[in-house]
Each structure stands twice: as structure tokens, then as C-alpha cells.
Design a protein around this ligand. Structure first.
Ligand code: ISE
Length: 341
């Protein structure tokens, strides 16, 4: 059966939104970008124009548009809650860039709204779940090849930060990915978080605690250490080594062409996460679109519950950083509605 094209409304035409517009237009099949909303109408028009979509300044105009079947939300996290609530009320599938919302209370309101609607509509854009190497690591762990997982050693480095990037953002904008991948890889909630910092790099902007060392305890009794270093200077790097009772597995080690030249040998490293995770974003979007056309969410993706759990872990992380003490994660009981998502 030939299914209809999915008409997508994009909310947010900034760096991520523009990248997703291009993705939808050029690399995802079975979809058409129908509308783009951004408070900066010129920006919306620029992104929409190249795809023949209509532009609006008001996001709710696009959410309520009957010519839009599904939504991609790529606006700043601080404005997500009302957008998500309106989308749930209309009953349209949504792929929402991380974070679901910036704090656990508002994320829980979104979770409750979706549960009350009684239909899985929301996915959170934790794209690492769609990265080929992460997926293989998950498969190894689930198959039991490494034995019971005991630890994850994670490295998360960015070349440089944009202006205004704060020490707290290193937790809720960057380490949020490790909170999600730790929960997903280890099939466990996060129990507590600790944050320590060495002396800051002299390359870090004034006042930024960079790097930081985050320790995550899971309810299954595993420990996860994360080096978050967002002004490392040399490029974008994400690694994860799982240590199990019977073996270890490392992902994110350098691959690609080995170049000899100029008196040196080595490989290339990009400084942009959109390169490192480009294929993962593509896979995430294709699977989301395919599922949305069939009126469901992708079971491989992060659900609204996962978005809420990540927000709660981030809150604990920021508390741990401020108080320089171990902070426990506060989570409500997981509703049955989310047991199999
Ligand atoms: C950014 O928002 C991302 O999501 C990237 O994946 C992460 O590496 C970076 O630290 C964040 O600022």
C-alpha cells in the first residue's frame, strides 16, 4: 500500500532547525516539510523558502494547522512545554529535540498529558540511540556478551563553547546525553550524581568550570564516570567504554581513513556534533517518520518518560555541582503506560 507523505511542521529555525529542515528535505523519504515557525519570521522564511514550505512567526499556528500531520520541535527547551501540550491535545506525533523541557516538574506535566491522552505521540531527540556504534554496544550488553555491566567510562569533549555557555549547561545541555545513554545502555534509572572539577583549563572562558568529572550511580548498582570538557580545542569527541564482568567494549575510538602526509600520520576529527552524529540523526528521523505515518512512535527512540528521567537526573547533577555533594535523583513511579516504550 502506498502511504501518503507525512506533512511535517518544523518549530524553530535556528542552527538545529535549519539542519533538520535540510535533512527532511534531502534525506528522509515519505515526508514533506509543510510549514516552518520561528519568532524571527525572516529566519522561518529562509528555511521554509528553500523547501517550498509556508512560514509563520507563531508556532501555535503551525501546531493547529490541519495541513500538518506531525511536528519536529527544534526551538529552545525553555519554550517546549506549551508547544508539547498543544501538540498532545491535537494528537499529532512529535519529534522533540532534547531537552523535553528544562526541568523535571514541567517534563512530568508533559508525561501526564500524554498519558491522559492515552496515545504515545512524543519522542525526544536523543540521537545517540541511533548511532551505529552505540546501537552495537547496546546489542552486546543486552546479549550478555560482556557479562553484567559494572561501569561505563565516558568522554564527552567539544572543541569550544558558544558565548554564554555556563557550568550548569555542561550538565543539562551536554551531560544530559550521558544520562540518557547510561539509562538506556544499562536499562536502569539513575539514583544519584556527583560532580567534581579539577583546576579549569586556561583556554576556558572566565568563570566556566571546564572540564568537570561527573559520577553517576544507577539503581542497578553500576557506576558511570563522565569527563565533560567543552573547550578541549581540538574537536568533537564522544567515547564510551563499557566494563562488564566478562569483557569490555569501547566505542567512539578513532576510525576513518588513516592519512600519511606532511611528516605525520593520523586521521581527521570534526569539531561539530552534526557531523559526528549526522548518520544517527538521519536514522532517527527516518524511523520516526515511518512510525508516524503508521500512527505510532518508534520503540527504539526516547519516550516522554525518558525525557522526564533525563531532566530529573540533570536537576540532581546541577544540585551536586552547586553543593559539591552527592545528590539523589527524585523520580515519581514509572506509569504502566511507559513500561514498554
Ligand atoms: C549540544 O547541545 C549537543 O546536544 C551536543 O551533542 C553536545 O555534545 C553539546 O555539548 C551540546 O551543547
Amino acid at each position: 500500500m502506498q502511504e501518503q507523505q507525512l506533512r511535517v511542521g518544523l518549530i524553530g529555525a535556528g542552527k538545529m532547525g535549519a539542519d533538520h529542515a535540510l535533512r527532511l528535505q534531502e534525506r528522509i523519504s515519505g515526508v514533506r516539510l509543510a510549514a516552518v515557525a520561528d519568532p524571527d519570521l525572516d529566519r522561518a522564511q529562509q528555511v521554509a523558502g528553500s523547501c517550498g514550505a509556508r512560514a509563520a512567526a507563531d508556532a501555535f499556528e503551525v501546531i493547529d494547522d490541519s495541513a500538518v500531520d506531525a511536528l519536529v520541535i527544534a526551538s529552545p527547551g525553555a519554550v517546549h512545554e506549551p508547544l508539547l501540550l498543544a501538540a498532545v491535545e491535537r494528537g499529532v506525533p512529535v519529534l522533540c529535540e532534547k531537552p523535553l523541557t528544562p526541568d523535571a516538574k514541567s517534563s512530568l506535566r508533559v508525561v501526564e498529558a500524554e498519558e491522559a491522552r492515552g496515545k504515545h505521540l512524543l519522542q525526544v531527540g536523543f540521537m545517540r540511540r541511533f548511532d551505529a556504534e552505540y546501537a552495537e554496544l547496546k546489542r552486546l550488553l543486552d546479549a550478555g556478551d560482556l557479562g553484567t555491566p559494572l561501569m561505563l567510562h565516558c568522554v564527552h569533549r567539544n572543541a569550544a563553547t558558544p558565548p554564554g555557555f555556563t557550568s550548569e549547561m555542561m550538565i543539562y545541555d551536554s551531560v544530559v546525553h550521558e544520562f540518557d545513554t547510561a539509562r538506556w545502555l544499562l536499562d536502569s534509572e539513575i539514583a544519584a550524581v556527583e560532580v567534581r572539577a579539577p583546576r579549569s583549563s586556561s583556554e576556558a572562558p572566565e568563570g566556566l568550570l571546564d572540564p568537570q568529572l561527573v559520577t553517576i550511580e544507577t539503581t542497578s548498582g553500576a557506576l558511570v564516570d563522565v569527563e565533560i570538557f567543552v573547550n578541549c580545542g581540538f574537536g568533537y569527541q564522544v567515547r564510551c567504554e563499557a566494563v562488564g564482568e566478562r569483557g569490555t567494549a569501547l566505542i567512539g575510538a578513532e576510525g576513518g581513513p588513516l592519512v600519511h602526509g606532511g611528516g605525520r600520520w593520523g586521521g581527521f576529527i570534526s569539531d561539530d556534533f552534526r557531523d559526528r552524529f549526522g548518520a544517527a540523526f538521519d536514522r532517527e528521523f527516518q524511523r520516526w517518520a515511518d512510525a508516524a505515518r503508521q500512527g505510532r512512535t518508534d520503540p527504539a527512540a526516547a519516550s516522554a518518560w525518558d525525557g522526564y528521567a533525563a531532566a530529573a537526573a540533570c536537576e540532581a547533577g546541577v544540585r551536586a555541582q552547586k553543593d559539591e555533594a552527592r545528590a539523589e535523583v527524585e523520580l515519581v513511579e514509572r506509569p504502566d503506560f511507559y513500561t514498554h516504550t
